[in-house]
Write a protein that binds this ligand. Structure first.
Ligand code: AMP
Ligand code: GLY
Length: 421
């Protein structure tokens, strides 16, 4: 079977790696991919915004299954476009991808179906927002109602910060908008909770914890994710039941009531307080870097599972997991998440080979004239699974030190809440 994976990050390299273990796959195309995917698949440099070109290529190569990694093409309707041309695609359609594309869309579902989430107010103008803010307690959260790669969320400690957020959002920092969301600030611990669904039934797809802040001890600016570990230490049977009954199932019911089906991965960003879950946000894809820690724990054929989802037959599959702990640490370009240099060579990388429990998934890399260059903020994901988070972290840090890339930095405290040193 020939398959294509859409995207170019660490998540997509991990997907390509896991799928390449399937005996049924004859060829993988990564569109556009990175220097890591190039070693296990054929990279094709196509513009993800040009759906017609994507379709023409997929059709010409007779690709039988397309797996969409990132949110942007999902929210823009790539699945609808390809399905209309009879191509099998794994991922949700445009209408349900609004679960990630519009925070207000999700909040309205939460309200209608009584899904536990932060109390909220939708504001339609600056004036409307300022009136509401003048009688609010702080901290609170102001959110733009667009895809903003995590940047459209402002945690505001006081009225001044909230006013700045409102002004920036309505002045078009994230594109033209006529509404925003103001939310109660939730206390607790965050957890990333995943399911996979075929539109009729669903199965849980493990949990993870990511570290979004750039600095040790979870300090400094927000990033795309400096590292993650799986499973989350917060999960237990009781909590899982609550997440499914109070959050996931009502959401899938809401999707069905729209005459839609949810096919794909669904990622619930949760706040956990006193073993009770609250929905912070939905993402309509795997998390990055959570995906890089979760996929190596799968102990069965991922292709069979994804294919079964596209054929409405997920019930035929048992998803088996290794009883191991998995960790991912991102090696980033110095300066990230602000200014950093591009096209910086990473020497010696070719000497690092994956083993059965250690992997390097590339993110912002490209190969050029037999060299591997860093072209993004998050550059490489070092992953290891073992019997303990502490062992995995030591193993990863040894590897990063061995690579000795002087233009990079990483957080050495990933998993600090679950590792006692
Ligand atoms: P989001 O893009 O909605 O996931 O928000 C990004 C991050 O902001 C989350 O991972 C949380 O750390 C934080 N956050 C968002 N909403 C809230 C909230 N209502 N209360 C506390 N923290 C929040
Ligand atoms: N790890 C956060 C995200 O994928 O959105």
């Amino acid at each position: 079977m020939k398959i294509a994976i859409i995207g170019s990050g660490g998540r997509e390299h991990a997907l390509a790696h896991q799928l390449s273990n399937s005996k049924k796959i004859t060829k993988i195309y990564s569109i556009p991919g990175n220097a890591g995917t190039e070693e296990i698949s054929l990279n094709i440099d196509l513009n993800l915004e040009n759906f017609q070109d994507l379709h023409d290529f997929i059709n010409k190569e007779q690709i039988e299954l397309v797996v969409v990694g990132p949110e942007k093409p999902l929210v823009e309707g790539l699945v609808d476009f390809l399905e209309a041309k009879n191509i099998k695609v794994f991922g949700p359609r445009k209408k349900v991808a609004q679960l990630e594309g519009s925070k207000i869309f999700t909040k309205k579902i939460c309200k209608k179906f009584n899904i536990p989430t932060a109390k909220f107010k939708i504001c339609k103008s600056k004036e409307d927002s300022f009136v509401f803010l003048s009688s609010s307690n702080f901290p609170l959260v102001v959110k733009a109602d667009v895809l903003a790669a995590g940047k459209g969320v402002y945690i505001c400690k006081n009225l001044d910060e909230a006013k700045t957020a409102v002004n920036e959002i309505f002045d078009g920092k994230f594109g033209k908008t006529d509404q925003l969301l103001i939310e109660e600030f939730l206390e607790g611990d965050e957890m990333s909770f995943f399911i996979i669904s075929d539109g009729i039934s669903y199965k849980t797809f493990n949990t993870a914890q990511d570290h979004k802040r750039v600095g040790e001890g979870d300090t400094g600016k927000n990033t795309g994710g400096m590292g993650a570990y799986s499973p989350s230490s917060l999960i237990n049977n009781d909590l899982e039941k609550k997440v499914l009954k109070k959050i996931i199932e009502p959401t899938l019911k809401a999707v069905n009531e729209m005459n839609e089906k949810y096919i794909g991965f669904l990622y619930a960003g949760l706040m956990i307080k006193n073993n009770e879950p609250y929905l912070i946000e939905y993402n309509v894809r795997m998390g990055d870097p959570e995906c890089q820690t979760i996929l190596p724990l799968i102990d069965c054929d991922l292709l069979e599972i994804i294919n079964a989802c596209c054929n409405s037959k997920l019930y035929t599959q048992e998803i088996k997991w290794k009883n191991k702990k998995s960790m991912c640490i991102a090696l980033c370009s110095k300066g990230y998440p602000e200014k950093y240099n591009k096209n910086v060579e990473i020497k010696n990388l070719k000497e690092f080979k994956s083993s059965k429990d250690s992997f390097i998934f590339h993110a912002g890399t490209k190969s050029s004239e037999n060299k591997i260059l860093a072209v993004g903020g998050r550059v490489l994901n070092f992953v290891n699974f073992s019997n303990s988070f502490s062992t995995s972290r030591k193993e990863i840090i040894n590897q990063i030190k061995k690579l000795n890339w002087e233009d990079g930095f990483y957080r050495s405290d990933i998993g600090h809440k679950v590792i006692d040193e």
